[in-house]
Design a protein around this ligand. Structure first.
Ligand SMILES: [Ca+2]
Length: 485
């Protein structure tokens, strides 16, 4: 048995402190918070100023961390992008939701937190990369009648693109295509702020989701943003330049919330969708093992910060593991949504007690699955089960002593290994049941659920080939599609 469950008992001192603060707490409880979820695309754990990155400065993320709760062990639900996006919206590990890897559509049978919040009277908006509609290839504007658009999953307003996007993108405003100029992060933040200000003025609580296209390839930064990285090779220079703009847009967003007078009771949650990229220098993952696509820490561990001045009144850093599956259950708890808002088989837990500072450890493990491999972390330990030819190769690491996962402890700590292996087996069996559709009222997966496709194969997008033939992000794809015909 692992010593993982240690709830901190609130002492008399803390209790008194809470009582004296009651009026503030009560007000915050009766006034539902605004919610802003912001996610980077491929930003690694090491790529922040607060972890002393050797070349990148992130003054705005640093300020956010210095005013909120910083997670030092925050995990993306999957080691690549669509999977993690599915976990954010459902509170479930991605294979339960049908999102096996990038470019898979989220099953329409999955209830989302956006639907729950919309039903409870929140204004809901999605801005940026979507990648839950089953389309592969560089991001194109989402079609109005796409059965897997953000609108179909609870977002009343959306300005969205199917996948990664860069400078001067075309985005889709609920099906209307609009061309923009400038850095992609700054564009989506400016548009999200219009939505935020409109709802703040109307005194309507809002749920704003901003999913950046940065620092995913292609890497094209503004000259001024990239200039400070002149010593780096081209890709790294542009990659880091994009992160400078992204961090600036975080500053714009925080200032925008303050200007609207709503920063105090807005829960602002920042994270990345998977670990950092290889072949970028300096290192993106802060020395962890593995990169995007891996179940080692470098593929899963990402920056994570929650700022919510009304509830998180004292800045804190926590080493308690948390993950993107926790986001939806936390919001259900905080807003007081009905218990059937999400499916009952969840992988995430509410982190609300953590915001209140009363939790010192996580009451249940976190599991991960990707491409025939799986992993599970509980407390300081992590077990991995990775495919090795036709067998499974296991490993056990103590992340507290060995953050880089170099010392396999399965022989020296057989009890811990056996305990975690049995928990991993049980969790894997549960995910298998969900994959087969057993969590749905119908007891099976809707047979019309699509397989991933490339957008160049869709007639609706082929109509734009002439108009888009010279755009740098689509040029080679359109040429290839025309050759195939
Ligand atoms: Ca990504």
């Amino acid at each position: 048995m692992l010593p993982h469950l240690r709830l901190c008992r609130i002492g008399l001192f803390l209790f008194t402190a809470l009582l004296t603060r009651l009026p503030v707490g009560l007000a915050a409880e009766t006034e539902r918070p605004n919610i802003v979820l912001v996610m980077a695309d491929d930003m690694g754990w090491g790529q922040t100023g607060y972890y002393n990155h050797p070349v990148l400065k992130t003054p705005n993320l640093d300020a956010m961390a210095a005013n909120g709760l910083r997670f030092d062990r925050f995990y993306a639900g999957g080691p690549v992008c669509s999977p993690t996006r599915a976990t954010v919206l459902t509170g479930r590990t991605h294979e339960r939701t049908g999102v096996m890897t990038h470019g898979y559509a989220l099953r329409r049978q999955e209830p989302t937190i956006a639907q729950g919040l919309a039903k409870a009277g929140y204004a809901t908006g999605h801005f940026g990369k979507w990648h839950l509609n089953g389309l592969r290839g560089p991001g194109v504007p989402v079609l109005e009648d796409d059965p897997h658009s953000p609108g179909e999953f609870g977002f009343q307003e959306w300005l969205s693109v199917t996948n990664f996007f860069d400078r001067d993108p075309i985005l889709s405003r609920q099906g209307e295509f609009e061309e923009f100029a400038g850095d992609s992060s700054e564009i989506v933040v400016d548009e999200a702020l219009k939505f935020i200000h409109k709802n703040a003025k109307a005194k309507k609580p809002f749920f704003t989701v901003i999913w950046y296209g940065t620092p995913h390839s292609p890497w094209r930064a503004a000259k001024d943003d990239a200039a400070q990285f002149d010593d780096l090779e081209r890709n790294s220079k542009e990659h880091y330049g994009e992160l400078v703009a992204m961090d600036r847009s975080i500053g714009t967003l925080r200032a925008g919330l303050k200007d609207a007078g709503i920063a105090e009771n807005t829960l602002f949650w920042f994270c990345s969708d998977n670990g950092g990229l290889p072949r970028i220098t300096p290192d993106t993952v802060g020395g962890l093992r593995g990169n995007k696509g891996s179940l080692y820490e470098g593929g899963l561990r990402v920056p994570g910060i929650v700022e919510w001045p009304a509830q998180i009144t004292k800045a804190r850093v926590t080493k308690v593991p948390a993950c993107t599956m926790d986001i939806a259950p936390t919001l259900v708890d905080i807003v007081g949504l009905p218990s059937d808002t999400l499916l009952p088989t969840l992988d995430g837990i509410s982190l609300k007690p953590m915001f209140e500072g009363t939790v010192l450890s996580r009451p249940q493990p976190i599991g991960f699955r990707y491409r025939d491999g799986s992993a599970l972390t509980e407390g300081d330990y992590k077990i991995l089960a990775l495919p090795n030819k036709k067998k499974t190769r296991y490993a056990l690491y103590n992340l507290k002593d060995d953050m880089k996962e170099t010392q396999d402890l399965q022989a020296s700590e057989p009890k811990v290994f056996a305990d975690l292996k049995s928990k991993l087996d049980k969790w894997n069996a549960s995910v298998d049941r969900s994959m087969a559709g057993k969590d749905y009222p119908e007891g099976r997966v809707d047979p019309s659920h699509p397989e991933p496709r490339y957008w160049i194969d869709l007639k609706a997008y082929q109509a734009y080939f002439d108009a888009w033939a010279d755009r740098p992000e689509y040029k080679s794809w359109i040429q290839r599609a025309r050759k195939k015909k």
